[in-house]
Design a protein around this ligand. Structure first.
Ligand SMILES: Nc1ncnc2c1ncn2[C@@H]1O[C@H](COP(=O)(O)OP(=O)(O)OP(=O)(O)O)[C@@H](O)[C@H]1O
Length: 642
């Protein structure tokens, strides 16, 4: 049973996704963080100068209460007259401001490069991880949700990555630096300034507890909304033909409303937090100002003896304000952190997912010599329902095997097991006697050319699309493959020939043209084993006959599986397997199967237009089968949210 990966991105609590990501990606970029941090300290130190100089100037120049002395500066450098001291002070203030600006430039540059590089590496890594996951993951997961992680969640980390760590550093530097200065200036008054800290801590703790689930909710809602957009844009044709515009608008409205609700729920908490912090910090500052002011006015309180000059008080008050401000800043860091944590939880979770289908530790490279393919008692189901039941057959090397059966019988599923797009639940599949689970995936998929009914064209030129997977093929090889796939003529007729842009935003191609490009791609790949899953279903019968001719030659010495509803496509196969409801019910050549007069013979009658001679039992079974497939599809769509 293929694992249902749909649950894997449920935002379960991880220990600390943000620090986990910092740890993983920060190390290689540490030099930028160090540059930022070094300049944060320099900037902070320079930022301390003005308050000190102003306080000193007030006391020494205007009130003449203490001598003009600067710590670490020889007194010979300091001018003697008050007017000169004033100019000296202004020079100091300007120099501190200028150097502070330079430090701030290096600080921002260091931290920004640090953040941007982490984000870039994270995005690329998350994508690489994602595309290695099992196919089952993508069918179980809404693509919009994955897009949301790669885009929104990675970007949501940006604010914290950009400002968070630098702010924490800045706050810590300010807090310890100024805290130490306040204590050294006036210990009793410093203790008064510290009073709000425990209140701020408790208030912040409560905030994080309340906001955390709300931010997670927002990530989930934006992801749902994206999934809805994604789904509707790719399904716009059905929306128009079914006149479902109003219905879809209502569904988008509902999804957007949920997102709005989640945002408002978070905003209500968030906007309470900052005023709360400001009030606590403001009251704390007022108490400091009151205590210091009384000290200057009425002398030292509580039996203390030291006097407090107005200038020293000014210095203290400016520092005290600088000291409390980072606490309010801290609030915004906490808020950014909580947002980043919600996004980081989802990104970290994606980074931790491992594909179930991967190389075994002792996997060998596959070398296909004969090309014999054996299915041995194979059973498989995507979910609880078994889709393939106990299927066994052998295709000799170089043989062409046709696979036919009613819709939903499991034909495509059967062949998707060969390149391990899914792994069997029971039994085994062997190529030249080697179980496909014991060889390297890369070699296995290299050896198998898979052309599906709805081939994917990527945005790019026709040539790039044919070369997809055989990136080093020469122009001549690429054109020859196109000729063999009967695609060369129509490509030449396109506006820019092989350079015409196709895929999203490029020239639109018909279903048959797309299929021929996909065939050319596979012919160029030159695989040892070929799987054609309704590969020519969209081309007209005349073109199909021409393609069949080239394919017969191409398929001659390689094992080929051909799934087809049009029985004329498989008529000349060495062997035909008839699949019904996941079971192999008939096998043989076209003639043998006609002679057996079973399911295949009845299909043949249908396609020959010989409806009257069909047994009633066949028609009844066909009806029951259709009902069962419809029921299964409905059950599936009930289970999927989209
Ligand atoms: N990715 C999937 N997840 C879940 N169920 C799936 C998936 N792909 C196919 N199925 C189901 O498996 C069953 C067999 O599908 P499959 O495509 O193998 O049939 P088929 O014989 O190739 O049909 P058709 O001739 O219509 O292409 C169907 O009931 C289908 O709904």
């Amino acid at each position: 049973m293929a694992s249902d990966a749909g649950e894997d991105l449920a935002p379960a609590a991880t220990r600390n996704p943000v620090w986990e990501l910092y740890g993983r990606y920060g190390r290689g970029n540490l030099r930028f963080a160090l540059l930022g941090a070094g300049n944060t300290i320099i900037g902070r130190a320079l930022g301390l100068i003005p308050a000190f100089v102003i306080g000193l100037a007030v006391d020494a120049i205007f009130l003449d209460q203490r001598p003009y002395r600067l710590p670490g500066v020889p007194s010979a450098w300091i001018p003697a007259s008050p007017a000169e001291q004033l100019w000296f002070s202004i020079g100091l203030l300007l120099a501190a401001t200028l150097l502070g600006a330079v430090a701030s430039w290096f600080e921002d540059w260091g931290w920004s490069v640090f953040a941007q590089r982490i984000q870039h590496e994270l995005r690329v890594d998350a994508y690489a991880r994602m595309q290695r996951l099992d196919l089952a993951y993508f069918t179980g997961q809404r693509t919009g949700e994955l897009m949301s992680i790669l885009n929104n969640d990675v970007n949501a980390l940006e604010t914290f990555l950009e400002d968070g760590l630098s702010s924490i550093f800045w706050i810590t530097a300010t807090f310890t630096g100024i805290g130490a200065i306040l204590v050294s200036l006036n210990l009793p008054l410093a203790l008064v300034t510290l009073l709000p800290i425990p209140f701020l801590a408790v208030f912040t703790l409560v905030f994080t507890r309340v906001i955390e689930p709300r931010y997670l909710q927002i990530r989930g809602e934006i992801s749902d909304l994206n999934a809805r957009f994604e789904n509707n844009i790719s399904g716009i044709e059905a929306i128009k033909t079914e006149r479902a515009e109003a219905y879809e608008e209502a569904r988008v409205e509902a999804a957007s409303r949920d997102y709005l609700g989640a945002n408002l729920a978070a905003v209500r908490v968030q906007i309470t937090y900052f005023p709360g912090l400001t009030i606590i910090a403001g009251v704390g500052f007022a108490i400091t100002f009151l205590a210091g002011g009384l000290w200057v006015l009425t002398g030292p309180p509580f039996g203390l003896t030291a006097a407090l000059t107005p200038g020293a008080f000014v210095t203290f008050v400016i520092y005290a304000q600088q000291y409390l401000w980072p606490i309010v800043q801290f609030g915004s860091v906490v808020d950014d952190y909580e947002r980043a944590k919600a996004a980081g939880t989802r990104v970290a979770r994606l980074l931790r997912l491992d594909p179930a289908i991967r190389d075994a530790a002792d996997a060998d490279p596959l070398s296909v010599v004969d090309g014999r393919v054996e299915y041995d008692a194979v059973s498989f189901g995507y979910g609880d329902d078994e889709i393939i039941s106990d299927v066994s057959f052998t295709a000799a090397g170089g043989e062409t095997v046709g696979i036919v059966g009613p819709t939903g019988a499991g034909k495509s599923t059967l062949l998707k097991l060969l390149p391990r797009l899914y792994d069997v639940d029971a039994g085994s599949i062997r190529i030249d006697g080697r179980d496909v689970r014991t060889v390297r995936l890369d070699g296995l998929r290299r050896a198998i050319g898979y052309v599906s009914q709805e081939p994917t064209l990527f945005y790019g030129s026709v040539a790039e699309n044919i070369r997809y997977g055989s990136f080093d093929a020469s122009d001549d090889e690429m054109r020859e493959a196109a000729r063999r796939a009967r695609a060369h003529e129509f490509i030449e007729a396109l506006p820019d020939g092989y350079d015409t842009l196709v895929g999203e935003r490029g020239v639109k191609l018909s279903g048959g043209q797309r299929q021929r490009l996909a065939l050319a791609r596979t012919i160029l790949k030159d695989p040892e084993i070929l799987v054609l899953d309704e590969a020519t279903s969209h081309v007209d019968t005349e073109t199909e006959a021409l393609i069949q001719q080239s394919l017969a030659e191409f398929a001659r010495d390689r094992t080929t599986f051909v799934i087809a509803h049009r029985l004329s496509t498989v008529r000349r196969a060495d062997r035909i397997l008839v699949l019904d409801d996941g079971r192999l019910v008939e096998r043989g050549t076209h003639e043998e199967l006609l002679a057996a007069d079973g399911l295949y013979a009845n299909f043949w009658r249908v396609q020959a237009g010989d409806i009257e001679s069909l047994p009633q039992e066949f028609l009844d079974r066909a009806r029951r089968r259709q009902d069962a497939v419809r029921q299964r599809d409905e059950d599936d769509s009930d289970r999927r949210p989209y």
